[in-house]
Design a binder for this molecule. Structure first.
Ligand SMILES: CC(C)(COP(=O)(O)OP(=O)(O)OC[C@H]1O[C@@H](n2cnc3c(N)ncnc32)[C@H](O)[C@@H]1OP(=O)(O)O)[C@@H](O)C(=O)NCCC(=O)NCCS
Length: 133
């Protein structure tokens, strides 16, 4: 496995991943951007670090670190539950060298709760939000 910084060449793969994002795993409830918005985001993103997860010549997912040290990870559904997420998060945390990482997890996303728990993340708070349209 190799983690490589996101470039414009990855935009199409990342757009496909976005389409896979189900409502229940999307805690921020953002609507899916269109292609142009997505491309602009890939070019001008504000993550500290954003990598594509490669297995040989294949992109299997992406992992990012926000400026608040929150990790987000998404593995292509065809490659989930094969150990790739585990290898990627361990490599990513080592590479970024922080003393503390956060993860915002939707409480209905069982797989993700199991995943972060397995990697030593402890539950510290529940955040509520109220939206005005
Ligand atoms: C959550 C996610 C990153 C895990 O990566 P993965 O490569 O599928 O997981 P791994 O194969 O490395 O499994 C590691 C652990 O995750 C949990 N896990 C993985 N698949 C699971 C499943 N189908 N059901 C329950 N737990 C599961 C288990 O704790 C597993 O450990 P185990 O194999 O010892 O039981 C990945 O499934 C994913 O991208 N899901 C959709 C997006 C998402 O929810 N992202 C998190 C929001 S930030």
């Amino acid at each position: 496995m190799e983690l490589k910084s996101v470039t414009e060449d990855d935009a199409e793969f990342l757009f496909e991943l976005l389409k896979q994002r189900e409502g229940r795993v999307n805690i921020s409830h953002k609507s899916t951007p269109d292609w142009e918005e997505h491309l602009q985001y890939v070019k001008n993103h504000d993550y500290q670090s954003w990598d594509i997860i490669w297995i040989d010549e294949t992109r299997v997912g992406n992992i990012y670190l926000t400026k608040k040290d929150e990790i987000g990870i998404f593995i292509d559904k065809n490659f989930q539950s094969k150990g790739h997420g585990s290898e990627a998060i361990e490599q990513f945390m080592e590479k970024n060298g922080k003393k503390r990482y956060l993860a915002n997890i939707n409480p209905t996303n069982y797989k993700s709760i199991q995943f972060f728990g397995k990697h030593g993340f402890l539950h510290i708070q529940n955040t509520y939000h109220k939206k005005f349209d």
